[in-house]
Design a protein around this ligand. Structure first.
Ligand SMILES: [Zn+2]
Ligand SMILES: [Zn+2]
Length: 618
């Protein structure tokens, strides 16, 4: 034992407790809810830590979990639960939580107001307070040492001992005379939350009591008007962020997503001050149990004890969501389930939070590693001579940076957010992301029925500015650059600030048209592009009725589709080798087909490339 300091009351307790071999200095329980459970206070005295005197000094400090307990108030009672393997977990009476999760501990170790417990070895435990002193994290350890049969304490920074503290623990037993409310959810900093009032859901088991139960697999489903709750916090808090979590079947019913809402705070549950108001939010995910974080625009500094969340509008009809969370949620993500990408279709990683069942989605880009047979990928159908610079969103969702505005009045549309909004160097870090394609609710009805969309475009007489950056190593002047698009309504497209398309109205898709059969397309001159960073910028207006947008940018390097077929006779043979040699030697004019390596010139590398294709070595 390196450093330890015996607890002052150990001897006293040893006298009180039955003196048997290996007797513990506390009475463990197997069930914290049992009426016979013994509860203890853990009181830290006389701590001296270099640089931390002002915080601890000789003031008794009640060991607390996950946040601050009122000074000197015996609200933090603990019991020690035998887990059946000879280990003891500390269970907090107030928060009804075990402090035994190493993953949680690691994520929180620098948060200065928390005390933690974790198992140290198979037969010891300790409480830990991390406290940031002069840039170093001071750790207070309180642990049970089986060899000494005593509670031990020490304060360390890394492996350096900084001081000692003494611990009393007091047997309280029996019922808590003032148990207080049960908080159904705790934020990352230990503040508790519970719902004290709310509207009725369409079904008894899908009502607003599910909105703060820390379980994203249960939801509210019902009318917009009844989608409201009053949440009480265990102490007044400022809202630095709040979350809406989608329901367990949102992927099937994205038109039940919330569209507009407000959040307000109060300290008397009478008068409320609006903290945030959101109108026509397009980007509630179409995925299940996914958390969306919002930062309040109106008030993020005043502290409130009560919060009112009210949905003001749904995407259509009834609405659903699984959770409303005030401030940051402490997640414990499990290992993800992975679907591997293919050459043309993205993969996914989905992790679940072990605590709250929220799901976290991560998309793995397509590998772009195609299997060409006669110039066409046998897996995804992409032609070998085509490079996709910007994919459409029919299979692989993508994100754009965007701005959204309503029309000023009956006649005038708003100005662009900035003169340079459509140029590569424009700083769009203040713009938000929109998941694409986007469409008005239900716009896949009718002729657009087979088109995909991943966000909602609400309202009429409004417009979007969007930016899609991409990179070109070089511009091939012989390539054909094509923009493919489906638009509803009026569309303007720019490449690096230069207007390359203006199309009014909407794409007139054939009934049951697909992206392949229904898109429009236009050729963009190669001179619009440049080596390095480029941006495709889109301005699109919604007038009335449906709204939709998706686009794709591709470069096609030859028209025959058979790489190496320089003579255009449909096969790659010695005639093609000779044709390239003649171009290289200046005996014939170089062609795009002769530039097999697509590097802008015809040279010995192209001869080698044709030979390798001919020999099947490509
Ligand atoms: Zn969670
Ligand atoms: Zn492929």
């Amino acid at each position: 034992m390196k450093h330890f300091h015996k607890i002052s009351l150990t001897a006293l307790l040893m006298a009180v407790l039955p003196l048997v071999a290996q007797a513990l200095p506390f009475e463990p329980t197997s069930d914290p809810n049992a009426s016979t459970t013994k509860w203890y206070y853990l009181i830290i005295n006389n701590l001296y830590v270099q640089g931390a005197e002002q915080y601890f000094g000789s003031t008794p400090y009640y060991a607390t979990s996950l946040g601050s307990a009122p000074s000197g108030t015996p609200v933090d009672q603990w019991c020690f639960v035998n887990d059946g393997t000879g280990k003891y977990k500390a269970f907090n009476r107030k928060y009804k939580k075990y402090l035994c999760d190493d993953g949680y501990l690691e994520s929180e170790i620098n948060h200065e107001t928390s005390v933690y417990y974790r198992e140290r070895t198979s037969d010891t435990f300790y409480l830990l307070r991390s406290y940031n002193s002069d840039g170093a994290t001071v750790i207070l350890n309180l642990y049970y040492d089986a060899e000494e049969n005593a509670l031990m304490s020490e304060a360390t920074t890394g492996n350096v001992l900084h001081g000692y503290f003494s611990v009393q623990y007091a047997d309280q037993g029996g019922d808590d005379p003032n148990p207080g409310p049960t908080w159904t959810r705790h934020d990352k900093y230990g503040v508790g939350y519970r719902i004290i009032d709310g509207g009725q859901g369409a079904f008894e088991n899908e009502s607003t009591d599910k909105l703060c139960d820390n379980d994203a697999s249960t939801k509210y489903y019902g009318t917009v008007a009844n989608c409201w709750v009053t949440i009480e916090a265990s102490e007044p808090v400022a809202v630095s962020q709040y979350s809406i979590v989608t329901a367990n079947d949102t992927h099937t019913y994205p038109n039940r997503n919330l569209r507009s809402w407000w959040l307000a705070g109060s300290n008397d549950n009478q008068e409320f001050i609006v903290i945030d108001r959101v109108v026509d939010y397009p980007n509630i995910p179409f995925t299940n149990q996914e958390e969306v974080v919002f930062r309040p625009q109106l008030n993020s500094t005043d502290k409130f004890r009560y919060f009112r969340f009210q949905c003001a509008e749904g995407a259509s009809g009834n609405v659903q969501l699984s959770e409303i969370w005030i401030n940051e949620q402490p997640h414990s993500w499990l290992l993800p389930e992975t679907t591997q990408p293919t050459c043309g279709v993205h993969g996914t990683q989905v992790s679940k939070c072990a605590e709250c069942n929220a799901l976290n989605y991560y998309y793995i880009p397509p590998t772009d590693n195609h299997t060409y047979v006669d110039g066409v990928c046998s897996v995804c159908g992409k032609a070998e001579n085509v490079t996709i610079l910007l994919d459409n969103g029919q299979v692989n969702p993508y994100r754009v940076k965007y701005q959204f505005r309503y029309r000023n009045d009956d006649q005038t549309w708003p100005d662009a957010p900035d003169e340079s909004w459509n140029t590569p160097n424009f700083d769009d870090t203040q713009w938000n992301y929109l998941t694409m394609p986007t469409a008005s609710v239900g716009h896949t009805g009718g002729p657009y029925t087979s088109l995909m969309y991943n966000s909602h475009w609400y309202g009429e007489y409004n417009c979007y500015w969007m930016r899609r950056p991409f990179h070109l190593d070089r511009v091939d002047p012989t390539a054909t650059y094509t923009l493919r698009y489906v638009h509803d309504d009026n569309l303007w497209v720019y490449v690096n600030g230069q207007e390359v398309l203006h199309a009014d109205g909407w794409s007139n898709l054939p009934n049951n048209g697909t992206w392949e059969t229904g898109h429009e397309e236009t050729v963009i001159p190669a001179s619009a592009f440049r080596a390095g960073d480029n941006v495709l910028a889109i301005y699109i207006q919604q007038n009335w009725g449906g709204a939709y947008f998706d686009c794709e940018l591709r470069a096609e390097t030859t028209s025959t589709g058979v790489r190496g077929d320089v003579t255009g006779d449909g096969k790659v043979d010695i005639a093609d080798v000779n044709a390239v040699i003649n171009m290289m030697l200046g005996k014939a004019s170089p062609t795009a087909a002769g530039d097999v390596t697509s590097d802008g010139k015809v040279d010995i590398a192209d001869v080698n490339a044709v030979i390798n294709i001919m020999l099947g070595k490509r």
